[in-house]
Write a protein that binds this ligand. Sequence first.
Ligand code: BMA
Length: 331
Amino acid sequence: MKKTIIGQSLPNIPWEDKPDRHKEVLWRYSGNPVIGWNPTPSTARIFNSAVLPYKEGFVGVFRADHKNGRAFLHFGRSKDGFRFEIDDDTIPWKDENEIPRPVSYAYDPRLVRIDDWYYVTWCDDMHGASIGMGRTKDFKTWYRMPNPLMPFNRNGVLFPKKINGMYQLLSRPSDSGHTPFGDIFISESPDMIFWGNHRYVMGKGGRGWWQGTKIGAGPVPIETTEGWLLFYHGVSFTCNGFVYSFGAVILDISEPHKVRYRCGNYLLTPEMPYETSGFVPNVVFPCQNLYDPDSGRIAIYYGAADTYTAIAFGYADEIISYIKDHHEDIK
Ligand code: BMA
């Protein structure tokens, strides 16, 4: 079989076959949501979270809103990628000199392995929303790194490897509130500390309305023979507030600020009760994808209604064909 995804095999990827007669390119796990209300003693809701394979199973960095409403990151583990055991304590960040560096809040983590380190990016408080960054080798000792970009910014997503000798970071400059605008940019760095050569990647808008207000990168991009496959969220502003859906784009493999194909339709929009009702209704927000190059399977972890963690599945080839068939040139 020709392999479209480039990367390490993941034969134990969490998976459920496509239901018979299902017409959409993605389908939801029938056991959704995989994390429900009040999952640990101190947390009310765990959503918008990131899971990765580790040793024989999976680990994750979870966004947890505490019972005082404030968001923090928690570590968790799973044997199968469906059932999680999540620590009740928050991740204990320290600096390179072993001095504790707690966050004031943290949300929407992404997690990626680059060489020997696992990097976490999140929405941090640097006198307002900004991108936080930290890393660990063993999920026991967690080092907080300097904020890569200035406030206000969110949705910081690293590429899983250097491109042209530089680390790459997607981000979405914003304001300090619920930002009514937002496009995706990319920055590069030789060392994960100094970031520059900032470039525009793509903006909100297009003929459709689902991504008319703002967009933001979702999970870590997947390397494929067609380019970088990136799922991203798009927001529409309705009489009832924001609605978050997600779609996908293929970025050029060696010049990732260039869009090759962008899907004019969303791939998933709030439909199920756990997506349309909850703490914030009508939100699907993808933060992580797992993939298996051998089978072409992709599992996407997404937050639902700022309350639950859910999973959707798809095949790389079908997703890429759908993106190409529905390509729209949106600046
Ligand atoms: C965004 C972020 C996300 C959240 C979404 C919908 O601004 O805060 O964490 O899922 O709003 O409320």
